[in-house]
Design a protein around this ligand. Structure first.
Ligand SMILES: [Zn+2]
Length: 332
């Protein structure tokens, strides 16, 4: 099931999303963000693991995002989750929303739509608050859903709620309390999500198919690869010729390619606190780039090219990835 609505239309909050919350546990909401540039290109930034009330260089990363965003004339921003540390938002009135989001990403170029997924730290707070349309009345840039599809014309972005996949949060939560409302029974939630995602990917006609989640599929960072996603999600991405999987969770910038598919694995989790030197040096197969510091990612997509750049906390370009596809010729 897909619900079609445009974030620019104020009615979408009260019809599409409200209906979704009432009647559907997983279904992929379908949003549209059409390209507005005359060449049909889309430009965006990707940042993850950021909400620390401007500490740990969050403000410095935000400042550079503003500069790069201005230069690229970005259309929107993607957040890969762990939006508010340490334990998500306590309520829709939690001052962390201002202190970690509205008052940090103040550059003119960042006054665009933000599309966000939840991370494991967000699940330790009031998930309903972070998903609530009420936050859009406080800051209209904010949009966070569990799983959804973003159509931009040349590209479709498939946002996946990855936290419920991870066994240890259920079996060994330690001192943490996770807000699983809307997720249980877990097996039903995951199987419906995977089925809906598979159907949506299979029917997609987009030139570029990009999947976004919080947790890693391939990573040599602190958390390493997420075996549950490798077992359950990756086969669906492979079967549907996804171009790229983007995640956060590991506080680094990273590119890993694959021996068994065309999928490129990109980590953009350097929005604030980073973990220097915590790397799995024995598992570097197909690791093209790894930077264990702060920063973010920019992307520009055209019909034939996807250009990805990792930027550090000073705004310097650390790494480029360019993917290409042949020009499409329309039948005469
Ligand atoms: Zn995380």
């Amino acid at each position: 099931m897909a619900i079609r609505c445009k974030p620019s239309d104020p009615l979408w909050l009260f019809t599409g999303l409200f209906t979704w919350f009432l009647h559907v546990s997983v279904a992929l909401v379908r949003l549209e963000h059409p390209a507005v540039k005359s060449d049909g290109s889309i430009s965006l930034l990707v940042v993850g693991d950021w909400g620390r009330r401007s500490l740990y260089n969050q403000s410095e990363v935000a400042f550079q995002m503003g500069k790069i965003g201005e230069r690229m004339e970005i259309d929107f921003v993607i957040s890969t989750g762990d939006n508010f540390y340490d334990d998500g938002l306590r309520s829709i009135d939690d001052p962390a929303f201002h202190e970690s989001f509205s008052r940090v990403y103040t550059a003119r170029s960042l006054q665009k739509q933000w599309y966000s997924v939840l991370g494991n730290h967000d699940y330790r707070g009031d998930v309903a608050a972070q998903l609530s349309p009420a936050l859009r009345r406080i800051d209209e840039r904010w949009l966070c859903l569990r799983s959804f599809i973003l159509q931009t014309g040349i590209a479709e972005f498939f946002f996946v709620d990855t936290t419920p996949f991870v066994d240890k949060y259920f079996r060994k939560p330690n001192k943490h309390v996770y807000d699983w409302r809307g997720v249980l029974p877990r097996e039903d939630y995951l199987s419906k999500l995977l089925k809906d995602l598979d159907l949506a990917l299979r029917s997609s006609q987009a030139r570029w198919k990009v999947v976004v989640g919080h947790h890693t599929i391939r990573s040599i960072g602190h958390h390493r690869s997420t075996k549950e996603l490798g077992n359950l999600l990756l086969p669906i991405l492979k079967a549907n010729t996804v171009d790229m999987y983007i995640n956060g969770h590991d506080h680094c910038l990273q590119h890993v390619s694959s021996r068994s598919s065309r999928i490129q694995f990109l980590t953009s989790g350097g929005g604030s606190k980073a973990w220097k030197g915590d790397t799995d040096i024995f598992n570097k197969d197909r690791v093209k780039f790894y930077y264990d510091g702060q920063g973010f990612m920019s992307m520009r997509l055209t019909e034939t090219d996807m250009n990805v750049v990792f930027h550090d906390v000073l705004g310097d370009n650390l790494y480029h990835l360019n993917l290409t596809k042949p020009q499409q010729h329309s039948a005469v």
